[in-house]
Design a protein around this ligand. Structure first.
Ligand code: ADP
Ligand code: MG
Length: 244
């Protein structure tokens, strides 16, 4: 099986007290396969973040289901980790402690957790900043911590919610390139990435497939393959290997 996550017939509606429910997502069907880098594009307020939260199992759907490796997720999806637009770091924790948060629910010894966290800190380019606090770091470095915290749990799928949009142009460009290289060079074990973005250029640069959703309520209106010669040759056979 090479499908990691399947979103099946998902509806999501929210209701304010005393008001009718508003349908945010309607009849969403989506599959993410091993080795895919999927971009999700859509207008502001259309439901992109809601869709990522559904995939992560952080909120319940009104209808439909999400499966991970063929099994319905019950609550939080064990195969994913999230990166947020606003970094969502704990300001009172150091870089190392923030990254360790990503391992909070893993059954590992303290020594194993530290070893994994330190390795990931090095991979995301923050070697030497283990004991720094978020306020001592630039925006780009803070997002590197956010990415490290997500990667440390070795998720099959990385969910990224507009991760570069709070960064200045050059910082965003560096981080996009670095993340893409880590992934293509298999320095991280993450098999697939879902990137929510406003930027069509960003989607074309990073992703090999783009889904466009409309708003009110959100539906998938386009599902487009993006063929990028610039890095296609890096995607070799073991990227699309079958999972047992
Ligand atoms: P996007 O990420 O595409 O900008 P969101 O998924 O954040 O869109 O939001 C889609 C719509 O759902 C918005 O109109 C937002 O106000 C609404 N919404 C999101 N979360 C909730 C919630 N917990 N309760 C009520 N409405 C919500
Ligand atoms: Mg959003």
């Amino acid at each position: 099986m090479n499908t990691l996550i399947k979103v099946k017939d998902i509806d999501v509606s929210f209701g304010a007290k005393g008001q009718e429910n508003t349908t945010i997502l309607e009849d969403i069907n989506l599959e993410i396969k091993i080795g895919e880098f999927l971009a999700i594009l859509g207008p502001s307020g259309s439901g992109k973040s809601t869709l990522l939260r559904i995939i992560a199992g952080l909120i319940p759907a009104s209808k439909g289901k999400v499966t991970y490796l063929g099994k319905d997720i019950q609550g939080v999806n064990p195969g994913v980790a999230m990166v947020f637009q606003s970094f969502a770091l704990f300001p009172w924790l150091t870089v190392l402690e923030n990254v360790l948060v990503g391992l909070e629910f893993k059954k590992l010894s303290k020594a194993e957790k530290y070893e994994k966290a330190l390795k990931v800190i090095d991979i995301v380019g923050l070697d030497g900043f283990e004991n720094a606090y978020p306020k001592e770091l630039s925006g780009g470095m803070r997002q590197r911590v956010g990415i490290g915290r997500a990667l440390v749990s070795d998720p099959d799928v990385l969910l990224m919610d507009e991760p570069f949009s709070a960064l200045d142009v050059l910082t965003a460009e560096n981080l996009r390139r670095d993340l893409l290289e880590l992934w293509l060079d298999k320095k991280i074990s993450t098999k697939s990435i879902i990137l929510v973005t406003h930027g069509i250029e960003e989607a074309v640069y990073m992703a090999d497939r783009a889904v466009i959703i409309s708003s009110g309520p959100a539906k998938v209106v386009e599902d487009i393959a993006i063929d990028i010669p610039r890095w296609r040759d890096k995607k070799d056979a073991d990227f699309t290997a079958l999972v047992d």
